[in-house]
Design a protein around this ligand. Structure first.
Ligand SMILES: C[S@@+](CC[C@H](N)C(=O)[O-])C[C@H]1O[C@@H](n2cnc3c(N)ncnc32)[C@H](O)[C@@H]1O
Length: 227
């Protein structure tokens, strides 16, 4: 069932050239690979799979991938890379209860309002002991309240007011990529990001911070949670 907004439709060619499998976030994919262990042919759900950037890592770990995304345009690319794809709102994930051992997701919590709804779906469809592995933008260090465009030259960062405002941002993510300007950027504080995980019933087992190209502070965060 699809009820959300396909904000990426019309931007997928651009997105794939910039963020597709040819431009892997190396640290984050290595984290994903390590946390996935060995799949032995079981299914791994790729939430908000986009154009299929996680496909190779999921396959290398020995899982069969099933990707879900709300954007038909993104799925045009993903279906060449993932084992199976379906158009769906991940807040209403069409996966049976307690049916999968692993769910992964990358860089989508700033693309929707209700991260908690997604996590409740993850907790519902993971088997007992199953793993959720996520990597995304760091809530504290990327957002409309900080300009990350010139830190390499200046070796400093300037933070502006606004970190505490949860919601759609006018100014994008502050990283100069232009993605937020195209598709929107939903800022979450660290408390709202972690609170959504805690209230889903998933238990966080590991947390990692990634430079993501940042030289002053990390840009990305990753975590492994179990149900
Ligand atoms: C920044 S992209 C990340 C894609 C991919 N995970 C990656 O790392 O390249 C965010 C993705 O979230 C998808 N998305 C946003 N809201 C969604 C929703 N409610 N249900 C399913 N997909 C959604 C978008 O269509 C987009 O493909």
């Amino acid at each position: 069932m699809v009820s959300g907004t396909a904000r990426y439709d019309g931007h997928s060619q651009w997105y794939d050239q910039r963020y597709g499998p040819g431009h892997p976030p190396a640290e984050e994919l290595a984290f994903l690979r390590e946390a996935l262990g060995s799949g032995h042919g079981q299914v791994c759900v790729d939430l908000a799979c986009g154009t299929g950037r996680c496909a190779q890592v999921i396959a290398e770990a020995g899982y069969r991938s099933a990707g879900f995304d709300i954007s038909a345009d993104q799925l045009r690319f993903a279906r060449r890379r993932l084992g199976a794809v379906a158009r769906a709102d991940i807040c209403l994930l069409p996966v049976r209860n307690e049916s999968v051992p692993a769910v992964v997701g990358m860089f989508f919590h700033t693309d929707l309002e209700d991260f908690g709804a997604v996590l409740r779906q993850v907790a519902r469809c993971l088997r007992p002991g199953g793993r959720f592995i996520y990597a995304g933008l760091h809530p504290c260090f990327l957002g409309p309240f900080v300009n990350r465009m010139s830190e390499a030259d200046e070796q400093r960062l300037e933070f502006l007011p606004g970190y505490g405002h949860v919601g759609w941002a006018n100014r994008g993510s502050g990283d100069g990529t232009g993605l937020g300007g195209r598709v929107g950027f939903h800022h979450k504080t660290l408390a709202s990001f972690l609170g959504a995980i805690a209230s889903s019933g998933l238990r966080i087992r590991h947390v990692r911070e990634f430079s993501g190209g940042g030289v002053v502070l990390p840009r990305h965060i990753g975590l492994v949670a179990e149900n």
